[in-house]
Write a protein that binds this ligand. Structure first.
Ligand code: FER
Length: 255
């Protein structure tokens, strides 16, 4: 494992690169956590290990205001995350050993994966959004962030829950994003993984995204919540199946 920082317009993004034993050329997947998340969360590490076991190098990166990266959580926005993700893609493309590039992200990181996939479609072989929170922009337009309500036409200076506080700029920028356009622009392979008991991002969003994408598969984890608590083995299984190009009746992987 190598630990380092990636420069994103002067912001230092904390990153870790984990490679399979084999140090020859091979695929690499960028892996990003969600809102309030970080790279050591169990579901993130589970995915990293499953990818490594499937022969895929993994570049975990923490976005603005998260983990050990620069920036305050309160000041983070999806625009900053998009800028960060582009810096990480640029970094990954310069790594000499990379043959094929993938991106995977959880929740808000899953939305980021959808947005980045659309912007850098030529760079990716496939993208893997996990419980992607692609309703954040439409919720923000309707005056809701993670269940917290506000007047969508008169954006507050800040919005606070018991465990986090965001600035009005998070909302302002989120309101301008149209995830459906990013879905329409990415024509390559997409694997969506989602628990059917997710009470943060409804499973119906995974079904809708799978329908809208040109070439998507939806791997449903029965009984799993937003972070796949108690279902990490199944999450690892799905990642292994996908990267090995195998079929799985159990998860509805058809290819
Ligand atoms: C929201 C719904 C879901 C939201 C964030 C999420 C910030 C994502 C959570 C996560 O990344 O785990 O309204 O607003």
């Amino acid at each position: 494992m190598k630990e380092f920082y990636i420069n994103s317009d002067g912001i230092r993004l904390h990153a870790k690169l984990d490679r399979p034993d084999d140090t020859s050329k091979g695929p690499l997947c960028i892996l990003v956590h969600g809102f309030t998340g970080h790279m050591e969360e169990e579901h993130i590490v589970t995915v990293q290990k499953a990818m490594n076991e499937a022969g895929v190098s993994v570049l975990r990166a923490e976005m603005y205001g998260h983990g050990k990266s620069d920036g305050e959580f309160r000041e983070h926005t999806l625009y900053k995350w998009v800028t960060n993700a582009l810096a990480v893609v640029g970094y990954a493309k310069k790594l000499g050993f990379v043959t094929e590039l993938y991106m995977c992200g959880h929740s808000q990181g899953g939305l980021l994966t959808m947005l980045t996939g659309a912007m850098c479609a030529d760079d990716f072989k496939a993208i893997v959004p996990l419980s992607p929170a692609w309703m954040i922009p439409e919720n923000a337009r309707e005056g809701i962030v993670l269940g917290n309500k506000f007047d969508s036409e008169h954006i507050p200076e800040k919005l606070a829950s018991e465990s986090w506080e965001i600035s009005g700029d998070y909302i302002r920028t989120a309101q301008t994003i149209h995830a459906e356009e990013s879905i329409a622009r990415f024509k390559k392979k997409v694997l969506i993984v989602h628990g059917d008991e997710d009470d943060i991002v409804p499973f119906s969003y995974a079904e809708k995204a799978a329908e809208l994408y040109n070439d998507a598969e939806l791997a449903a984890i029965h009984g799993a919540d937003h972070c796949f608590t108690g279902h990490l083995d199944e999450l690892a299984d799905i990642i292994s199946f996908f990267f090995a190009g195998r079929v799985s009746d159990r998860y509805g992987l058809m290819k």
